[in-house]
Design a protein around this ligand. Sequence first.
Ligand code: PLP
Length: 437
Amino acid sequence: MSTRTPRTTNAAAFAAAQTVIPGGVDSPVRAFGSVGGTPRFMERAQGPYLYDVEGREYVDLVCSWGPMLLGHGHPAVVEAVHAAVDRGLSFGTSTESETALAELIASKVPVERVRFVSTGTEATMTALRLARGVTGRNLIVKFAGCYHGHSDGLLAAAGSGVATAALPGSAGVTEAAASETLVVTYNSREELEKAFAERGSEIAAVITEAVPCNMGVVEPQDGFNAFLREITQRHGALLIWDEVLTGFRATSRGAWGLSGEPEGWTPDIWCFGKVIGGGMPVAALAGSAAIMDHLAPLGPVYQAGTLSGNPVAMAAGYATLSSADDAVYAAVQRASDAVREGLVAALDAEGVDHSIQRAGTLFSVAFGTSKGGVKDYADAQGQEVFRYAPFFQSMLESGVYLPPSVFEAWFVSAAHDDAAIGTVLEALPGAVRAAAA
Ligand code: PLP
């Protein structure tokens, strides 16, 4: 029998998980470490809602950390996945579904080649290797507070769960790996100029989140991304543009639709994930043929994966991305605006000092930052973090599932209708009062 005995409470489920899984979770932020209380164990999801093992319903403002752009259980995605499952789970060969999804991605952003992997971590890790292989240089520049997954060289001053746990990096990363990453302050042209002036001939690539969303959302200052394009080109380095989170979510053309596209430039290597898998493990790196064809089997940069381009995952990704038309993005934007405006109104009504950072349909709140806003990691860390836990717990009690960390963006979907948004708006005043206390 493949069915399991249902556990009746979140506490019981968490206790059982802790006996066999480190910390009871497979990704640290899920443990509720920074917000306290019992992590919710979900049993199913539909539209804008999650349902936990106790049968409680929550409006989902995490959306699986981004992938569920259409909402949970979208009929086109479910049907495509069922059809793919019927044909076979995995063949270990190429399938036409990979070509179809690659073509779809290349029709939306200016890339010529797409290589599928299973996680965003793999995509950025491979992007670094590719950049090193192409340039023959070793150093990578990353920005403090940006998160690019958990490969060794990218954990220094990383956002997301690393920021939530207040870790400077991670044990187990060798000094050698760390020494090949230069960490600079986000939005600081001066620091970047200095890094290139001192070590420009050794720098293979600058990797950036197209809009950082893992220290909360931090907007690139005017022209900052274009500056990254210019300085990397000037010094013969590549620009790795991490759109794992923002890709096909911030706008229909990702964060590139916010800054690169209007200004008419493109990065060298793009990284995608989340939405392109529609909830299945899919990520990708992409770019021009001239760069991407350095990958094996054509070129000397090795990369591989047993489940890369898995046909069921490809089906979910294709169904999601091909369903994401203008009406979907308009619905996501509308839901995002409604939640954000409700949040601001509730915070203003209670006089809670804050700033809101935005990237298309994505936004986040930072407490106590109205003066300078949040332009880098130090600003993000300097906010009144303590206000978030009571805020989060109050929202949870009212049936709204927020990211269990203040350093994350809020996600909505096209399925967030008036009823779901109404639940969020009703919950906000009480949560803001809890945050104000
Ligand atoms: N890059 C960015 C910008 C991300 O937000 C994430 C994950 O949140 C990653 C890379 C890593 O992706 P994954 O968790 O699929 O390894």
